[in-house]
Design a protein around this ligand. Structure first.
Ligand code: SAM
Length: 297
């Protein structure tokens, strides 16, 4: 059963997700709102006009992009306080996700204006939905454009136990992939999610060591819009385990099992219960091995 169409409410700001390629990925709820609001603020009014025309919607449009967001937001809040309803749409996908919108939302909420999300397409969620990953993930968005900043950012991300999700532009995808491989290691798997929901949509997964060769194998592989999804660092987990075991073994030489497990968990971030079990096993093992000449009882 469909809910009944919902008209925009007075004095309300709607943050509306729009398609990331396929124009049919606009929700019925978004259509209700775009048809009924008093004003649509858009990142690029010409671009949004194209979307609205495709759906036969006539609306008053005003621009709000990253260069005028602060001033435009202040004006829009005044309009909202006068009781008008406003929708904000970015060029594609969900506003506020690597797109303008956050400042407007903050200004509106600070002024006590009701803000309503109208969910829909976003490239990050779309890519993750076909990544086959079950792990937690961290959305990085665009890396810094300058090489030094990008490498520093990657160094900070390298050891985090999460899948990483990046947005990337076609003219930078090669250099980004080279840095990803150099700093995160060639074994880590990357998924290229290219041109999602569009005619030349492509999904390709491979180890980072093979990623540059794949990009260079066909010029088309470097075209269009990209989401890059990196698997979490599997090897790191093994290293973490090894480190936690080592710390635990050292602490067990001086402390009772419970205290050693507790302290090792705090020092290494490993799970306390798992370390406690391990500590018990280590203790039992040590007792059954008996005292040695080097370590008399
Ligand atoms: N707000 C948008 C969202 O919710 O996904 C993101 C806007 S950001 C300015 C644009 C970037 O998103 C592109 O450079 C690309 O990395 C990614 N992107 C947008 N549409 C895409 C698509 N159809 N396929 C793959 N990536 C896409």
């Amino acid at each position: 059963m469909f809910d009944t169409p919902q008209s925009a409410r007075p004095g309300t700001l709607y943050i509306v997700a729009t398609p990331i390629g396929n124009l049919r990925d606009l929700t019925l709820h978004a259509l209700d709102v775009l048809r009924s609001v008093d004003l649509i603020a858009a990142e690029d009014t010409r671009n949004t006009q194209g979307l609205l025309s495709a759906y036969g919607i006539q609306a008053r449009l005003t621009p709000m992009h990253e260069h005028n967001e602060q001033a435009a937001a202040a004006r829009l809040v005044m309009t909202l306080q006068e009781g008008k309803s406003v929708a904000y749409v970015s060029d594609a996908g969900t506003p506020g996700i690597s797109d303008p919108g956050a400042r407007l939302v903050a200004a509106a909420r600070a002024a006590g204006v009701v803000v309503v999300p109208i969910p829909g397409a976003s490239a990050v969620a779309t890519a993750l939905s076909v990544s086959g990953l079950e792990s937690s993930w961290l959305f990085v968005g665009f890396l810094p454009a300058k090489t030094s900043g990008r490498r520093r950012a990657l160094e900070n991300l390298r050891d985090l136990p999460y899948a990483l999700v990046f947005y990337e532009a076609p003219h930078r995808v090669k250099e980004t992939v080279v840095d990803l491989c150099a700093l995160l290691g060639g074994d880590r798997r990357i998924l290229f999610a290219r041109e999602l929901t569009k005619r030349f949509e492509q999904l390709h997964a491979c180890p980072l060591a093979e990623a540059l060769a794949w990009l260079e194998a066909d010029e088309n592989h470097q075209r269009g819009e990209f989401v890059l999804v990196l698997d979490p660092p599997a090897a790191r987990e093994e290293n973490d385990d090894a480190e936690a075991h080592h710390v635990l073994a050292l602490l067990l030489e001086e402390l009772p099992v419970k205290q050693a497990a507790h302290l090792a968990a705090r020092l290494t971030g490993a799970r306390k219960n798992a370390l406690y079990q391990l500590a018990l096993e280590m203790k039992q093992q040590g007792e059954s091995d008996g005292p040695t000449e080097d370590h008399p009882a």
